[in-house]
Design a protein. Structure first.
Ligand code: UDX
Length: 433
C-alpha cells in the first residue's frame, strides 16, 4: 500500500520504517528541513535499537523516502498517518492540538481518491471528529475517513514493539476505513489481536492505558517507601504481587519516578480532560502529584548520604529518562540533577547515549565524563539514576579507586547490593530498610 507518514519523530520514524519493512511504499513528511535533509543523507535523527539497519535497508530498496512536501506524501497515498507532536500546553497541561490541526488542514487539499487519515499521535478524545471537520471544510468533495490508530511504542524498544505489539487498536467509524486498515495490518493477522472499536473509544484506550501504567509505577514507588519503614523488601513484594495474573509482573520496578515525553504529558492531559468533563479522576491526579514530589524526595535522599559535606561532589550515572534511549525529556534524572545543583552540589554526569541531549538542557552547570569511571573521580557519592544495562556490573574495585568515598545510592536497583558491600561499599537502595 502507499502510505504517507506526517511527522518523523520518536513515533513517526519507527512507524514509517516498520511499514516499509512490511512491504509498503512509504513517504515520510516533516516540516523540519534539517530533519528531512539529515534523513535524506542517510543519517538518523533519533536513537532507537534496531532502527538503523531497517532504515538503511528500506532506503536502499526504495521503499521509504523523505520529503518536506505534504503534496508528495499525500496525493497518491491510500493511508496518511498523522504522527505529529501533541505537546502539553505549559499552563493548562492540556494536549496542544496545533500541529494536528495544521497537518489536517494542509493535507486536505491533496486528498486524491479514497484516503484513510489515521491519527497515531496521542490525542484528546473526539480529535477524530475535529480532524474530520477540518478536512471536510478544506476539501468538501474529498473522499476520506478519519480513524484513530494509537501507538503503544516504548522509546528504546520502538522497533521491537512495532513488530511485536500486544494489540493493535483501530478506532473506525466506517467499515470501508476499517477494511483499509485491516489490509495494512494483514501481516499481523492471526499473530496479534486487532481490536476494532469506535473512534472515541480508541482515543480513550491510549490515554487510559498510559495513565494506568503511570499509576502502577507510582503505586510500586509508594510501596517501596512503605517497605523501607516496615522492613520488608520491595523486590520480594513486587515478585509476589506480579505472580497474580491480574496484576502482572511488569512495571513493578521502583525508581526515582516515571518520566519521558509520554507518561507526564498523558497523565496531565487525561486529568485535564477529566476536569473538563467534570469527572473526578482522583487516582490520576494523585499519581501526578506523587510522581512530581518523588523527584524532590529522591534528591533529598541523595543529599542525605553526603549531609556532612558542604558542596558535595556527586557522580551521576544516567541522564536519559530511562535506559535504552537518548531522550532526556521529562527525565527524572535531569530533574533530580537540577535540584541537587540548586542545593549547591557539584555534579559530574555520564550517560551511554544521552550526553548531547543532557548538555542541551544542563549546559555547563555540570561536568561531562567520557566514561562511567571518570564520572566517579573524587566524588563523595555515586548516584545511579537511569536503568542502563552498562551500570549493572561495574568493576567495583576500579570504581572504588575513583570515588573519594566508596558510597553508592542506586535508585534503579541495578548493582548487586551484597557484591557492593563485600567490596567495601556503603550502598543505599529503594524499598529495602
Ligand atoms: C510509554 C508506554 O510504555 C508506551 O506504551 C507508550 O506508547 C509511550 O509511553 P515510554 O514513555 O517510552 O513508553 O517509556 P516506559 O518504558 O513506559 O517508561 C516510562 C517511565 O517509567 C520511564 O521513566 C521508566 O524509567 C519508568 N519506569 C518504567 C519505572 O520507573 N518503573 C517501571 O517498572 C517501568
Amino acid at each position: 500500500m502507499k502510505i504517507g507518514v506526517v511527522g518523523t519523530g520518536y513515533v513517526g520514524l519507527p512507524t514509517g520504517v516498520g511499514l516499509a519493512e512490511l512491504g509498503n511504499e512509504v513517504i515520510c513528511i516533516d516540516k523540519d528541513e534539517n530533519k528531512i535533509s539529515s534523513l535524506k543523507a542517510g543519517k538518523l535523527t533519533i536513537f532507537e535499537d534496531g532502527l538503523e539497519d531497517l532504515f538503511v535497508k528500506n532506503v536502499q530498496n526504495g521503499r521509504i523516502r523523505f520529503t518536506t512536501s505534504m503534496q508528495e506524501g499525500v496525493e497518491n497515498a491510500d493511508i496518511v498517518i498523522l504522527a505529529v507532536g501533541t505537546p502539553p500546553n505549559p499552563i493548562t497541561k492540556e494536549a496542544d492540538m496545533k500541529y494536528i490541526h495544521a497537518a489536517a488542514k494542509e493535507l486536505a487539499q491533496y486528498i486524491n481518491g479514497y484516503t484513510v487519515v489515521a491519527v497515531k499521535s496521542t490525542v484528546p478524545v473526539n480529535t477524530g471528529d475535529s480532524v474530520e471537520k477540518i478536512i471536510t471544510e478544506q476539501h468538501p468533495k474529498g473522499e476520506f475517513d478519519v480513524v484513530s490508530l494509537p501507538e503503544f511504542l516504548r522509546e528504546g524498544f520502538a522497533i521491537h514493539d512495532f513488530f511485536n505489539p500486544d494489540r493493535i487498536i483501530v478506532g473506525a467509524n466506517s467499515t470501508r476505513a476499517a477494511q483499509m486498515i485491516a489490509k495494512l495490518y494483514e501481516p499481523f493477522a492471526g499473530k496479534t489481536k486487532i481490536l476494532y472499536v469506535h473512534r472515541r473509544s480508541s482515543e480513550t484506550i491510549k490515554y487510559a492505558s498510559n495513565a494506568f501504567l503511570a499509576m502502577k509505577i507510582q503505586y510500586i514507588n509508594e510501596m517501596a517507601d512503605f517497605c523501607e519503614k516496615s522492613g520488608a523488601d520491595i523486590y520480594e513484594v513486587a515478585q509476589g504481587m506480579g505472580l497474580d495474573s491480574r496484576i502482572g509482573n511488569k512495571f513493578l520496578n521502583p525508581g526515582p519516578g516515571y518520566g519521558g515525553f509520554c507518561f507526564p504529558k498523558d497523565t496531565n492531559a487525561m486529568a485535564y480532560m477529566g476536569r473538563a468533563y467534570g469527572v473526578n479522576l482522583s487516582l490520576i491526579e494523585a499519581t501526578i502529584r506523587g510522581n512530581d514530589q518523588r523527584k524532590i524526595n529522591m534528591a533529598d535522599r541523595i543529599l542525605q548520604t553526603v549531609k556532612d559535606i558542604p558542596e558535595p561532589k556527586i557522580a551521576v550515572w544516567g541522564t536519559a529518562f530511562k535506559g535504552g534511549t537518548d531522550d532526556c525529556r521529562e527525565s527524572p534524572a535531569m530533574q533530580i540533577i537540577q535540584i541537587l545543583l540548586e542545593r549547591g552540589a557539584k555534579i559530574t554526569v555520564y550517560d551511554p547515549q544521552a550526553m548531547d541531549n543532557a548538555r542541551k538542557i544542563l549546559g555547563d552547570s555540570v561536568a561531562y565524563a567520557p566514561d562511567m569511571y571518570t564520572a566517579a573521580d573524587e566524588a563523595d557519592v555515586l548516584a545511579v539514576l537511569t536503568e542502563w544495562e552498562d551500570f549493572k556490573t561495574p568493576d567495583l574495585q576500579k570504581l572504588k579507586s575513583q570515588l573519594k568515598t566508596p558510597k553508592i545510592i542506586d535508585l534503579r536497583h541495578l548493582i548487586n547490593r551484597e557484591t557492593a558491600q563485600a567490596n567495601g561499599f556503603e550502598i543505599f537502595s529503594l524499598g529495602i530498610k
